[in-house]
Design a protein around this ligand. Structure first.
Ligand code: SF4
Length: 470
């Protein structure tokens, strides 16, 4: 996905003024947070479990090459076909090759952020294939010609009434249909798709190296249909999504479900270990596992390898004050929120996504919520520093910081500057109790969306001097 042309602050402004979006976010975000907190509070050893999950991710990523080879060996022994894709283009080509070799016409998909990352649907549709998203959220996104705005809740930006209108137009449900009716209509529409599909495409929440298995967690059961009903199953797996053993997978699944939806375990945990074998009565004839790198090896070798610990639970999005206010689309990247503003520049190159690391207040709520305790603020600071070191930040900002640094090391000049600023603020007309509603350009960027607070009567340094001499 290419970065949007509008700057991030403009995109954020548009999102803040989008009434339906603000209503939708207001209705759902708190639920995620309270459910997660309760799920961990109910667990006597919740914090220890998170520490253990982090250790598992750290040692897995440190020995990723070894675990990937084990996965390949075990999966091949089970009858799966393992493919390696260096980047998005190679991954798409591999899928298209499987499509051509097997005369595939219809495809059903379960939710996969990796398929969004490699922009698979566009290629499949351009090739004239019928593609049906079967996760309810993704189905809504597809019907509405939209794209997901959250890692685990793709339509968190849609209100119930918007979904009801969409289903009314496409599926003929009443405009005032409630959730069970809408879900029933979607189930009806999707059922035929499952039965007619030649190929199912899924992601993988985990790939377990010791048995060469793919693990999918869903709450709708669509993942089971996608991976068992069509004759071919293709699983797109990011190379970092490994668990070396089932014991490790068990720990990660416990923190994943709790962090994502506040459930002890998701409703469906599907384990796929190769295609159908005698005497299996159903299941796919072929299972293809595509291991996708797409920038992950580069990340592994650098100072941002920690972001590969991510298990894509979405908890950091739900607590982030930026995400909670602007939603996912304003970021302009496939992965939004705190994880997105690190993983996107790290995987796709910081030059093209240099704005994203600015979309954070560095409050640290993300790290507090993250089940594997990823230090996102540390990486954001490094990304911002790297941008400044490479001279990519705006010239006015660099010069301004230089001027400030110089003044801050010259106390008399600094004090004089403070006095002049206080004087200038006094001269600004139309203040209310010292708050300034409109500053002149270029300072108006601040007052366009909020008032400038009154300066303190006495500066910090003069108060400290008074205290020291009292
Ligand atoms: S960074 Fe942590 S909280 Fe955010 S999606 Fe990844 S695992 Fe979940």
């Amino acid at each position: 996905m290419a970065p949007p042309t509008l700057p991030l602050n403009r995109r954020a402004e548009i999102a803040l003024q989008d009434v339906p979006l603000q209503e939708a976010l207001g209705r759902t975000m708190d639920h995620f947070v309270t459910a997660r907190l309760k799920a961990f509070a109910d667990l006597p050893h919740g914090e220890a479990l998170r520490d253990h999950a982090r250790r598992i991710r750290a040692r897995t990523i440190a020995q990723l090459d070894r675990h990937l080879l084990t996965l390949e060996r075990q999966a091949t022994a089970n009858g799966s076909q393992v493919h390696w894709a260096r980047d998005a283009e190679e991954a798409r080509k591999i899928v298209m090759q499987i499509v051509r070799e097997n005369d595939v016409r219809r495809i059903v998909k379960s939710k996969s952020m990796l398929s969004e990352e490699i922009e698979l649907n566009a290629v499949l549709e351009r090739a004239g294939l019928e593609v049906l998203e079967t996760d309810l959220g993704e189905y809504i996104v597809q019907l509405g010609h939209d794209h997901p705005s959250h890692i685990i809740a793709p339509v968190v930006h849609w209100r119930l009434e918007d979904v009801a209108r969409l289903f009314h137009e496409h599926l003929g449900t009443p405009l005032d249909a409630d959730i069970p009716d809408l879900v029933g209509a979607a189930r009806q529409a999707l059922r035929a798709g499952f039965l007619q599909a030649d190929m199912g495409v899924s992601g993988a929440n985990l790939a377990v190296a010791e048995t060469g298995s793919i693990v999918l967690v869903t709450n709708e059961g669509n993942g089971r249909y996608v991976t068992t009903t069509p004759r071919i199953h293709v699983a797109l797996v990011g190379i970092e999504r490994l668990a070396p053993t089932w014991e490790d997978a068990g720990t990660l699944l416990q923190v994943l479900a709790r962090s994502a939806t506040g459930q002890p375990l998701s409703c469906y945990t599907s384990i796929i270990t190769g295609p159908r074998r005698n005497p299996d009565e159903d299941g796919p004839e072929q299972v293809h596992i595509i291991l996708v790198d797409n920038g992950r090896t580069r990340a592994l070798a650098g100072e941002f390898a920690e972001i590969l610990y991510c298990i894509r639970c979405g908890a950091c999005l739900n607590v982030c004050p930026v995400y909670r206010n602007i939603g996912g689309h304003a970021y302009g990247s496939v992965y939004p929120g705190p994880v997105g503003i690190v993983v996107t520049p790290v995987l796709q190159g910081p030059q093209t996504w240099s704005e994203l690391p600015q979309a954070s207040s560095l409050c640290g709520a993300c790290t507090e919520a993250c089940p594997v305790r990823i230090d996102i603020p540390r990486m954001l600071l490094r990304l911002r520093a790297a941008e400044a070191e490479q001279g990519q930040s705006p010239a006015w900002l660099r010069q301004g910081i230089r001027l400030y640094a110089w003044a801050a090391t010259h106390p008399r000049i600094f004090r004089l500057g403070g006095r002049l600023a206080a004087l200038a603020l006094k001269l600004v007309p139309g203040k209310k109790q010292g708050w300034v509603d409109r500053l002149p350009p270029p300072l108006n960027a601040w007052t366009d969306s909020r008032a400038f607070p009154p300066l303190a009567e006495k500066s910090f340094s003069s108060r400290r001097e008074e205290r020291d001499h009292a």
